[in-house]
Ligand binder design. Structure first.
Ligand code: SF4
Length: 67
């Protein structure tokens, strides 16, 4: 299994919850928005933390889909 991860830059409000919950997948950029540092996830552990971050994101800016 593999998953693609994206952060919708227009929707992200920059509260850094995702980067704090799942720093192996998300980090904050210079504009204060989250970005996925891993575009395609193939590891189940990483997928689980990315999924947890997506569920915790207050504005649903994190998009995870099967690759
Ligand atoms: S949790 Fe959502 S709103 Fe917060 S930084 Fe991450 S993507 Fe942006």
């Amino acid at each position: 299994m593999a998953w693609k991860v994206k952060v919708d830059q227009d929707v992200c409000i920059g509260d850094a919850i995702c980067a704090s919950l799942c720093p192996d997948v998300f980090e904050m950029n210079d504009e204060g928005k989250a970005v996925a540092i891993v575009e395609v996830i193939e590891d189940e552990g990483l997928y689980n933390c990315a999924q947890e971050a997506a569920e915790a994101c207050p504005v649903s800016a994190i998009i995870i889909e099967e690759a």
